[in-house]
Design a protein around this ligand. Structure first.
Ligand code: NAD
Ligand code: IPM
Ligand code: MN
Length: 354
């Protein structure tokens, strides 16, 4: 098949991991006979430096005309002055809004070798296999912001329709898995959470085969560490989902392993690791590329409908996690490039054997 993929390297380790993702996609194209065209564009701090805009018009235009987007990461100390008028992260938020990708799917699958690196006891991480569905285009991220001499406000608003579409997305996903959905909110305090809970409860009537439970976000943060294996699909609002997914990534052994897919819009989906630009390790080939490579597998599956190719990439990552020298975050000494090469080699061996 032919596919047109927009690549947004961004800042910090973004370009390093994005180039790993592209290298794996090139290998997939070659092994499976596809024609993927890559179109690189600016976003974030890099785009501010070059164009004075974190999501320049040429990038916007390309996003609206492609099949899928692969993003590295944006942000960094160079652009983090709190009084700056423009910020790299605004480019990412504007892109999510532009593409209308309201459902951010963040799976957490554990591999025994790396789960052993988690600070949790092995009996706690055993059998963990969960997926977060984080609302991505609403809530406090997108509400009105004000600032005056005395203080500042960030408005948090959700419409019924915004809650309903993401909750339905999560119910559909739960239906294809263990039929258990946990909806996370702060309904004991927040009005938006009471709306969230009532919409989730109403929608549940259309999914009698899926068990729905409600959980407050503060105790959820605790349960994620004490009994993570009890969860299957977890749906929550934008900011809670941002925080809980970084916390959950620790169970797998490193933030660098977690992929994501942002979907649900009329056009392209966005695929990116959940981590940021990691300024502390940028430019040293220390970045773990596996979260990005697993995001590439999600891209193949969800935007291009290439199930066998997605499974081949996941199997190749599994091989490397089992036998390979890993990056420093996972206790290894391999460079970003070497781990990427190992995945590509595993992909080649595997598809030759098939
Ligand atoms: P971060 O995720 O960049 O880094 C947190 C820690 O995890 C750091 O110690 C880092 O070295 C480590 N880490 C992250 N990814 C790794 C990888 N692939 N391999 C090995 N180690 C890895 O979070 P931060 O330091 O709080 O944020 C830095 C910048 O990134 C900020 O400007 C923030 O806004 C931005 N950010 C961007 C995205 C995105 O583009 N999607 C996501 C999160 C944060
Ligand atoms: C993420 C990031 C972003 C978010 C930032 C960089 C805007 O932390 O993708 O998880 O909060 O959504
Ligand atoms: Mn985040």
């Amino acid at each position: 098949m032919k596919a047109h993929i927009v690549v947004l390297p961004g800042d910090g380790i973004g370009p390093e991991v994005a180039s790993s993702g592209v290298a794996v996609l090139r290998q997939v194209a070659q092994r499976f006979g596809h024609a993927f065209a890559f179109d690189e564009h600016a976003i974030g701090g890099d785009a501010i430096d070059r164009f004075g805009d974190p999501l320049p018009p040429a990038t916007r235009e390309a996003l609206l005309a492609c099949d899928a987007v692969l993003l590295g990461a944006v942000g960094g100390p160079k652009w983090s002055d709190p009084s700056a008028s423009v910020r790299p992260e605004q480019g990412l938020l504007a892109m999510r809004k532009l593409l209308g990708v309201f459902a951010n799917v963040r799976p957490l699958k554990l591999h025994p070798r790396t789960a052993a690196l988690s600070p949790l006891k092995p009996e706690r991480t055993k059998d963990v296999d969960l997926v977060f569905v984080r609302e991505l285009t609403g809530g406090i991220y997108f509400g009105a912001k004000t600032r005056d001499a005395d203080g500042a406000t960030d408005e948090c608003r959700y419409s019924v329709a915004e809650v309903e579409r993401v909750v339905r997305h999560a119910f559909d996903l739960a239906r294809s898995r263990k039929r258990k959905l946990t909806s996370v909110d702060k309904a004991n305090v927040l009005e938006t959470s009471r709306l969230w809970r009532s919409v989730a409860t109403r929608v549940a009537a259309d999914y009698p085969d899926v068990e729905l439970e409600h959980q407050l976000v503060d105790s959820m943060a605790m349960h994620l560490l004490t009994r993570p294996a009890d969860y299957d699909v977890i749906v929550t609002e934008n900011m809670f989902g941002d925080i809980l997914t970084d916390e959950a990534s620790v169970l797998a052994g490193s933030l660098g392993l977690s992929p994501s897919a942002s979907v649900g819009g009329p056009g392209a989906g966005i695929y990116e690791p959940i981590h940021g630009s990691a300024p502390d390790i940028a430019g040293q080939s220390l970045a773990n590329p596996l979260g990005t490579i697993l995001s590439v597998a999600m891209l193949l599956r969800h935007s291009l409908g290439l199930q066998a190719e997605a499974e081949a990439v996941e199997a190749a990552v599994g091989q490397v996690l089992t036998h390979g020298n890993l990056t420093r975050d996972l206790g290894g000494t391999a460079t970003t490039h070497a781990v990427t090469r190992a995945v590509i080699d595993a992909l080649q061996t595997e598809t030759e054997a098939a």
